[in-house]
Design a protein around this ligand. Structure first.
Ligand code: ADP
Ligand code: MG
Length: 297
């Protein structure tokens, strides 16, 4: 098919050596369709502007070609990024740069920035983010997830409720295998808000199946408002919780945030209410030590 099309277009490169001005003119007329055929959409759309700028900068032919290619590469990368971000299904846009570390002194900025390099994702390690509501767990999950997307990893964001709801439903409909395969696929699976709502009785077993399947294959980033010591209550089964934690924690980075809700802090700043006497009203998980030393990396 490509051959047929080629025959209909202007002189072959060999023929070009002896091209007359009229042949060149015909080539120029076909430039638009040639750029489309080569899928060089950015060059096609911005050609006049790019050539004008190249002329203003007095670029030679080779430099101009590099200038055009750079525009195409940038546009393709932008498209890839925006598609991957859409596929990841982040609930909102948050970045590491937008995280105020001063507001959460219990977090080591160096450790988070190191996790931001995504070496742990490359290694298939896991990450567990613990802390009371409003301290920035989802913010950090999204920010780290975006860093992973930017580095070319496939990422999927979901909540524990959504994930387990989908697995329970799939089990009832006989499509569990398909669902598990789907959740096993992304290089990084982010599971937000484990422990906020009670789970169905079979949820622990299904979660275990998923974690086993991803074990040492792809990374899981999971956040919870409950310390891991309470996960047997979360899953309603001590044995299942221990088996899940065994795999999840084997190669894992644990970050425990102790502190006040950022949301309430903002409101307090705005004078909407006073801080509670004697410090945080949301101590909760704040006083619980991390379950295991985070892995040195
Ligand atoms: P959590 O998931 O722990 O309940 P979120 O990540 O949803 O908390 O944080 C609540 C809101 O506060 C979000 O809009 C988040 O971007 C913001 N936020 C939380 N902590 C910080 C922080 N340290 N710096 C900047 N914004 C923050
Ligand atoms: Mg959250």
């Amino acid at each position: 098919m490509a051959r047929t099309r080629q025959q209909t277009s202007a002189p072959s490169p060999v023929g070009l050596a002896a091209a007359e001005p009229a042949d060149i003119q015909r080539l120029v007329e076909e430039l638009d369709s040639m750029l489309s055929r080569l899928r060089l959409g950015a060059i096609r759309e911005q050609l006049d502007g790019l050539l004008e700028e190249a002329a203003q900068r007095q670029l030679n032919l080779r430099e101009t070609l590099a200038w055009l290619c750079a525009a195409e590469v940038a546009s393709k990368e932008q498209r890839r990024l925006s598609m991957a971000m859409t596929i990841a299904r982040f609930p909102f846009v948050r970045t590491l740069e937008g995280f105020e570390f001063e507001a959460q002194p219990s977090i080591d900025p160096g450790k988070i920035r190191d996790l931001g390099t995504c070496r742990w994702v490359a290694n298939g390690d896991n990450m567990v983010l613990l802390g009371p509501p409003g301290v920035g767990k989802t913010h950090l999950e999204v920010a780290l997830g975006r860093e992973a997307v930017a580095r070319g990893y496939t990422v999927q964001f979901t909540t524990a409720m959504e994930l387990l709801g989908a697995l329970v439903k799939a089990q009832q409909q006989g499509t569990l295998e398909m669902r598990l395969a789907q959740y096993a696929k992304p290089k990084l699976l982010i599971i937000d808000e484990l422990g906020y709502l009670p789970l169905e009785p079979q949820a622990g077993h299904l979660f275990f199946q998923l974690i086993s399947r991803r074990y040492e294959q792809g990374s899981v980033l999971i956040s919870s408002n409950r310390p891991v010591e309470e996960w047997d209550e979360v899953f309603g089964d001590q044995v299942v919780a221990a088996a899940i934690l065994d795999r999840l924690m084997h190669h894992s980075h644990v970050v425990t945030i102790r502190g006040d809700s950022y949301r309430l802090r903002e409101k307090r700043r705005a004078g909407l209410f006073r801080p509670p006497a004697g410090g945080s009203s949301l101590a909760g998980i704040g006083g619980v030590p991390p379950p295991m030393p985070a892995k040195e990396s």
